[in-house]
Design a protein around this ligand. Structure first.
Ligand SMILES: *[C@@H]1O[C@H](CO)[C@@H](O)[C@H](O)[C@H]1NC(C)=O
Ligand SMILES: *[C@@H]1O[C@H](CO)[C@@H](O)[C@H](O)[C@H]1NC(C)=O
Ligand SMILES: *[C@@H]1O[C@H](CO)[C@@H](O)[C@H](O)[C@H]1NC(C)=O
Ligand SMILES: *[C@@H]1O[C@H](CO)[C@@H](O)[C@H](O)[C@H]1NC(C)=O
Ligand SMILES: *[C@@H]1O[C@H](CO)[C@@H](O)[C@H](O)[C@H]1NC(C)=O
Ligand SMILES: *[C@@H]1O[C@H](CO)[C@@H](O)[C@H](O)[C@H]1NC(C)=O
Length: 424
């Protein structure tokens, strides 16, 4: 039955069995925990400040201007759709916005260069909306706006990468002794002490409850989702000032997914239907709990994959491995479900509270060069030389290198946080 359904329509299974393993990286190690001894502090402070100073002069050349009213206008009157644009090679040497060496919080999963990636052009692209510029990312400005607040990223490993990116984007503005990283599974918390601002990640790959919720041991053969249950997670989200949700790839294993509603028996649901029901559960929670005067919510549209190279280079049968430049527009991969995009848009529109959809799918579609490929970990271990020689089996074309594409997602989140419609 499953087979006939699967062949009868255009459902794209994103994860052949080999690739499923890459979703299981919840345990990725943080390379260096920030530490702070009284004696080393001075020295460290100096290093941080000189890096910050260098960084600042560097990014001042960025052609993203400081004309605040332009950004307000862009988002309020819709004079600029920031998601419509093009990748341009950054001629001001302002990219990347941080480096693998400068950010101590990157996990081995995403540090492609240290993991042996030979090319680095993928770090040098900047997203240029057709009708405007993205504002220059100013870590201090963001931290000030987050002071006494919590920003939380909720979702799967892709969302964890976005969180890591955000931490790296702000951390260079904070001296070592004034920041910390804590794990309280399924949460990870980066704290900027002087601002009393936290940037957190919460593992919930389906957003609603499921049997894959364990922060590190979520390797489950048979996925089961509770479409109408969310309180186990959502009680940890209450009162959080800025919520950023994301969920996609975990749903896309097969055209059907085992799920329950209430005490009804487990049964197989059409993935689109199941996703929609789960999102309604989230929506109900948001409508009943969120205070639109003090809280903001965002939803990241799906992160595309580049698993089949014949999609952009006909006749080839590789994947994202060895790709070093973006795809020229127009391009849309078949793994990115228009159905699910539509479900997200419609469900969010029907809510009483405002949830901003950050539509990063199209811009990320072009970035076949941005994935971790074979320069990453698998089940907590760096790929071996032999494994790297077999990209057809081992390349990860789902996750992204950092610095990289998720930094741009955060530049957009930054723009909305600072210049988006204010609710005060
Ligand atoms: C620090 O931030 C938390 C939550 O973001 C808030 O509850 C608390 O009151 C803040 N502390 C101070 C001293 O303002
Ligand atoms: C749902 O669960 C049943 C029983 O464990 C299993 O046979 C079936 O393959 C599962 N379906 C999917 C889509 O995973
Ligand atoms: C799932 O639902 C969508 C939208 O209702 C439909 O287009 C699609 O054919 C369904 N898929 C299956 C496998 O039934
Ligand atoms: C990678 O791409 C380059 C240029 O497109 C090509 O010459 C080279 O053979 C490729 N390497 C592998 C291992 O596929
Ligand atoms: C997202 O952006 C793409 C391209 O800009 C557009 O085609 C699509 O309709 C947008 N999706 C939603 C849900 O807004
Ligand atoms: C939602 O945002 C719009 C502008 O984007 C604003 O007019 C409206 O008042 C907001 N609604 C709530 C409940 O905050």
């Amino acid at each position: 039955m499953t087979t006939s359904l699967a062949s009868g329509h255009r459902f794209q299974t994103l994860f052949p069995l080999a690739l499923a393993a890459f979703l299981l990286l919840g345990a990725s190690r943080i390379k260096i925990e920030s530490s702070c001894s009284k004696t080393s502090c001075q020295h460290v402070l100096q290093r941080v400040f000189s890096f910050a100073a260098m960084h600042k002069t560097k990014i001042r050349n960025d052609d993203g201007g400081d004309d605040e009213h332009i950004y307000h206008d862009a988002l309020r009157n819709g004079s600029c759709d920031v998601f419509e644009g093009a990748w341009v090679l950054d001629e001001y040497n302002s990219r990347p916005l941080y480096t693998e060496e400068s950010c101590p919080y990157l996990t081995t999963q995403v540090t492609c260069l240290s993991n042996g990636r030979p090319d680095s052009l993928y770090q040098k692209w900047r997203w240029k909306p057709h009708a405007c510029q993205l504002p220059r990312f100013d870590a201090v400005k963001l931290l000030e706006s987050l002071s006494n607040k919590r920003l939380m990223f909720i979702g799967d490993s892709l969302q964890r990468t976005q969180w890591e990116s955000m931490v790296c984007l702000v951390e260079s503005a904070i001296p070592d002794c004034k920041k910390s990283m804590t794990k309280i599974p399924p949460r990870r918390i980066f704290l900027a002490e002087e601002y009393n601002a936290s940037i957190e990640f919460y593992w919930a790959p389906f957003l609603v409850e499921s049997n894959a919720d364990h922060a590190t041991k979520h390797r489950v053969q048979k996925r089961q989702v509770k479409l109408d249950s969310i309180s186990k997670h959502s009680k940890n989200w209450e009162g959080v000032d800025v919520l950023v949700f994301e969920s996609y790839v975990w749903w896309m294993n097969k055209p059907l997914i085992n799920a329950t509603i209430g005490s009804l028996e487990m049964k197989e649901y059409n993935v689109t239907t199941a996703y929609s029901l789960a999102l309604q559960t989230l929506g109900k929670w948001l409508d009943s709990t969120m205070n639109p005067l003090t809280q903001k919510a965002f939803f990241m549209s799906l992160s595309p994959t580049h698993i089949w190279s014949w999609e952009w280079k006909s006749g080839s049968n590789g994947n994202c491995f060895n790709e070093t430049t973006p795809i020229q527009p127009p391009y849309w991969g078949i793994g990115s479900s228009h159905h699910i995009m539509g479900v997200v848009r419609d469900t969010l529109q029907d809510l009483k509270v405002n949830v901003t959809l950050l539509n990063i799918t199209q811009l990320s579609e072009y970035r076949k060069d941005g994935h971790t490929s074979v320069y990453t970990e698998r089940q907590g271990k760096l790929l071996t030389f032999e494994q790297r020689a077999q990209p057809q089996i081992y390349a990860d074309c789902v996750h992204w290198c950092l610095p990289g594409v998720p930094d741009t997602w955060n530049e957009m989140l930054y723009m909305y946080l600072l210049y988006g419609p204010s609710r005060h």
